[in-house]
Design a binder for this molecule. Structure first.
Ligand SMILES: N[C@@H](CC=O)C(=O)O
Length: 361
């Protein structure tokens, strides 16, 4: 077996960082050797730095407990010991842009969960099943950064995963208008019910910046590569409302859609059942075997029952029916901190390794 790639996690003590640590336990290709975080945590063991803030349902992996957390701002030092990094840093957008570029310039590829670079024209924003061809722009990005192996790739916002794959699978019918209301779990805000008691028995009809991301990011995913840049698609028109609901994990979306060529219900179900992408073809370690699953039962998908479908990497759908205003309506669900965050980033890194973009330094 090939030597495992040495991985650093930037922002490893926060909730998404913890999810990276858990998902990478016993990963066949990657080994976490470095965790970096704010100066406040630096110098402590990972176990001390996280302390009672460990939010995963599985125990903290033994292999990381004793790692001495490094200062994420000591870029050269952190980069020296790793082949690539995952980024879940919690800083301002400008600071994130700068620090991710600084890591890339040390010839360390960065796979980021952050939104800062999602609209940087030569930074691919990828869902590996949907737009792996966008990785092409890495060549132009390296030229801009003056690097040989360092670059940045980002994953999109968690909310879009509950409806974008379903619409992508129906592209041949030309989705033209999409209305989606998302019901987003509290882990999306990095919280659980203990640290956010206001969310018990409550709904909050506002998530800052979320509607813009939910409307615009699918268009970038469906964009084209033109001269080393991603040019976003102009259709479909997407309008959303994003609502915080009292669910621990799992973002649900209620979706209405009209098409240029209205498909039959059977055609839609067939397209969903048959849809797969490059991760399935390449049998990447974190790829769900069946990416999209449709439930015939009227009361599915449910966050509690279905968010862990395919270890949280699959998308579940249900309630497809014709609508009196739009062509169809349906409900989608995805695990926001697995497929929608750390798991989606791990799958990107697996694709990058399989395609030779990241290798042992
Ligand atoms: N911005 C999202 C993060 C995804 O889980 C949210 O607030 O839910």
């Amino acid at each position: 077996m090939d030597q495992k790639l040495k991985v650093g996690i930037l922002g490893g003590t926060g909730m998404v960082g913890q999810r990276f640590v858990s998902l990478l336990e016993n990963h066949p290709w990657f080994e976490v050797v470095t965790v970096a975080a704010s100066p406040r945590s630096a110098g402590k063991t990972y176990e001390e730095a996280v302390g009672s803030r460990w939010k995963m349902t599985t125990p903290m992996p033994e292999a990381v407990k004793g790692l001495i957390v490094k200062n994420v701002n000591d870029v050269e030092e952190v980069a020296a010991g790793v082949d690539f990094v995952f980024s879940a840093v919690d800083m301002t957008k400008d600071e994130i842009k700068a620090i991710e570029e600084a890591y890339a310039k040390t010839e360390t590829p960065v796979v980021s969960n952050n939104s800062a670079h999602r609209w940087t024209k030569d930074v691919p924003m990828v869902v590996p099943e949907l737009n792996p061809e966008h990785l092409e722009v890495i060549a132009a990005q390296k030229e801009r950064l003056g690097t040989e192996r360092g670059f940045i790739v980002v994953k999109p916002n968690c909310s879009i995963q509950s409806y974008t794959p379903a619409l992508h699978a129906l592209k041949e019918f030309g989705p033209k208008v999409v209305v989606a209301t998302t019901y987003q779990a509290i882990s999306g805000a990095g919280k659980n019910f203990q640290d956010w008691p206001e969310m018990v028995d409550n709904i909050i009809p506002y998530i800052g910046g979320e509607e813009e991301k939910s409307e615009q990011e699918p268009l970038r995913i469906w964009g084209k590569v033109v001269d080393g840049e991603i040019v976003k698609a102009s259709t479909p028109v997407i309008t959303t409302q994003c609502i915080r609901v009292p669910v621990s994990d799992g973002h649900t979306a209620a979706v209405f859609v009209s098409f240029d060529k209205k498909p039959s219900k059977e055609e839609i179900l067939k397209a969903w059942a048959e849809f797969n992408g490059l991760p399935q073809e390449l049998e990447l370690p974190s790829a769900p075997k069946q990416f999209i699953k449709y439930f015939e039962e009227d009361n599915r998908p449910q966050a509690k029952l279905d968010r862990d479908y395919e270890k949280g990497m699959g998308i579940t759908l249900g309630r497809l029916r014709e609508d009196i205003v739009y062509d169809y309506k349906f409900v989608g669900l995805s695990h926001n901190t697995v497929r929608g965050a750390a798991g989606g980033a791990v799958l990107i890194a697996e694709l990058l390794k399989a395609q030779g973009y990241i290798q042992v330094k």
